[in-house]
Design a protein around this ligand. Structure first.
Ligand SMILES: [Cu+2]
Length: 156
C-alpha cells in the first residue's frame, strides 16, 4: 500500500517535470503598454507559437492580484463602423500555428488595475490551457505608442 502511494506520487512528479521542461508553447515579444498614474486598465501583447502536434485552447490568463483584479483576452472588432472590444472565452491554436496579439487587434486586458505600470517594470502572466500545463511568462512594460494603439479604455 505504502509502496503504491509512493509510486503514484513519483509518477506524478516525473510527468510534471517532463512537461514543464518540454513545453510546446513558446511565447515571445510579450509586453504591456505603460499606463498613466490613475488608469484602471492596461493592455498587453505577445506572440504565441504552438510547437506541439495537437491543437490547444487558451482558456485563462492570470496576473498577480496585487497588479490587477482581473485579466482576460479581448478581440477588437468593427461594429457598425465603431471599433469595440469583445472578451474571448477561449482561443484555439492549431499545431504549428503562431497567433499574434498586437495593438489594434487581440490583446490582454487588465481591469481593476491596482498600480501604475511604469516603463521597465516586469509583470508575470500565467497562461492556462485546456490540454497542457500552465505557462508563466514575464511581460516587460514598454512606453505606450499613442499613434497606432487604437485601444479604448473600459469601464468594467
Ligand atoms: Cu480590451
Amino acid at each position: 500500500m505504502w509502496l503504491r502511494v509512493f509510486c503514484l506520487f513519483f509518477l506524478t512528479i516525473t510527468q510534471f517535470s517532463w512537461a514543464q521542461d518540454k513545453s510546446d508553447v513558446d511565447i515571445s515579444d510579450s509586453y504591456f503598454s505603460a499606463t498613466y498614474p490613475m488608469a484602471t486598465s492596461a493592455a498587453g501583447y505577445f506572440s504565441l507559437t504552438n510547437n506541439g502536434t495537437q491543437r490547444i485552447s487558451l482558456t485563462t490568463i492570470l496576473v498577480d492580484e496585487k497588479v490587477a483584479d482581473k485579466a482576460g483576452f479581448h478581440q477588437t472588432v468593427m461594429d457598425e463602423g465603431m471599433i469595440s472590444m469583445r472578451p474571448m472565452k477561449q482561443l484555439d491554436i492549431n499545431a504549428g500555428e503562431t497567433i499574434q496579439f498586437q495593438p489594434g487587434g487581440n490583446h490582454i486586458m487588465l481591469t481593476g488595475l491596482k498600480r501604475q505600470l511604469a516603463v521597465g517594470d516586469s509583470i508575470t502572466v500565467t497562461f492556462k490551457f485546456a490540454e497542457t500545463n500552465d505557462v508563466m511568462q514575464a511581460f516587460k512594460v514598454k512606453a505606450r505608442d499613442n499613434g497606432k494603439s487604437g485601444h479604448h479604455n473600459h469601464s468594467d
